[in-house]
Each structure stands twice: as structure tokens, then as C-alpha cells.
Design a protein around this ligand. Sequence first.
Ligand SMILES: [Zn+2]
Ligand SMILES: [Zn+2]
Length: 266
Amino acid sequence: MVLPADYHMHTPLCRHAVGEPDEYARHALEIGLTEIGFSDHSPMRQDDFDEWRMNFDKLQEYVANVRQTQKNFPQLQIRMALEVDYFPGGEDWVRELAGLYPWDYFIGSVHYVSDDWAIDDPKKISEWKNRDSFEVWKIYFERLTMAAESGLFEIIGHADLPKKFGHRPGPGCAPLYAKFLEAAGAAGCAIELNTAGLRKDCTEIYPSREILKMAFEKNVPITFGSDAHAPGEVGMNFADAIELARDAGYGKCCRFKNRRRQIVAF
Ligand SMILES: [Zn+2]
Ligand SMILES: [Zn+2]
């Protein structure tokens, strides 16, 4: 069996990951991966936006680091990408970032449901107590839908992230993610099976089996990602992710190079 590419991993430039890109690549080879992609947290227009992404002046260094690792590991396909936060009205910034370097793909992620609350930030977990859980999920899926429709991203990251600390989507959320998945299917925008959820309180891959089954019905393509923030996390729990994907009906996933998609079996 050919393992799918791990398209979601970070580097220390985002200020909350450890290990150099070469170490991520070495671990990928050790566990039998043939392709990986670095997708570190992109800069925002303002460097002081939050403390868990790279500053704009580090972007050049990021690109140089990934290119160096590509040279150091010619036996591994290594893609150069970014995980970019989606905000309604922030589309121009994503376009500017896209024009700066020859990226292979962009992962569009919604972490923020307002300008100052990232729902997955452990330092702001108490904010959940002040909010109606359904309202959070509603804003989240609305933003995800807009991100899929924007055409700015090849992949939507961790498509049910608000469950991270155990806040599950209620039955009323089904129409919300159905709408998102329809938009993703129509736009040809992939979603990822992100295994980091298994390492969080929710102990479940993003997205859930229910969402993934609906995604298959709506022809939404997939990728795989560990969301590694340390070299040892590369490819973590990929056997579980493959099993989940197959159970939902999938036998093929996407590869990206120069922002062009190729569909391959896994
Ligand atoms: Zn993320
Ligand atoms: Zn990530």
C-alpha cells in the first residue's frame, strides 16, 4: 500500500513548533512516506495579530528552509505550502501571499470565529463558557463555506476544529456542514483528514466520520495531514486515517504541485 502524502506540518518559525524541517523529512522517510508538504502558519498583514504564526519577515527564511530540505532529501517529494487563516474580507491578503512565492498549495483554515477569538487556542478556552456552542459552530461553518467558495485554497484544514476541546456539533449543525461540503464539492476544494484531533481532548480525527461520509457523497476530494508540530508527529496515525477514509468510501486522494491537482489511489 502506498501511504498518502502528509500535507500538513509546521516549523519553528510559527513560534510553537519544534524541530528543523530536515528532521521532519527524516522522520517521514523512516516511516515510509514518499511525499510531504510543509504548511506553516502564514503571516498576517499585522505581525502582532497573535503569537502563534510567523512574522512577515520570516517568510523568506521559511521558503529558503523548505528549499534546502528539498535539496537535502531528493528521495522525498517535498511540497512548499502555507496554512492560511481565512477571514471574511481578508481575501486580498491571501492573494498577496499567493503571489509572493511559487507555492504548491494553500490550506485554508478557520481558527477565528471573531477578530480576537481563535476557538482552538488553549489560552482562550474559558471563552467557550461565554458563548452559545451552536452559534460558534454556525459562524465556523459559515466561514468554512466562504473559504471553500473563495477559490483561494486547494484544501480546507481540520473541518470540524471547534470539537477540539470536546464541544461537539449538535444535530442542528448538519445543514451547516452539508452546505459547506456542497460548496467544497462544487469548487473542487479538498478537505483533509487531520490526525491531530486524535492527540487532543476530542480524541478523534478531523473531520468526524459523519462529516466525511457526507463529504464522499458530495464528491469532496481529500488529502491527509498530521498537523505535525514536532518531527515525531509526521505521519502519525495515518493507518487510522486511511481506515476512516476507506470506511467513508474513499480510495483516492489529491496531490498538489504548483497549485495543480492530481488524483491518486492510496
Ligand atoms: Zn490549523
Ligand atoms: Zn496546522
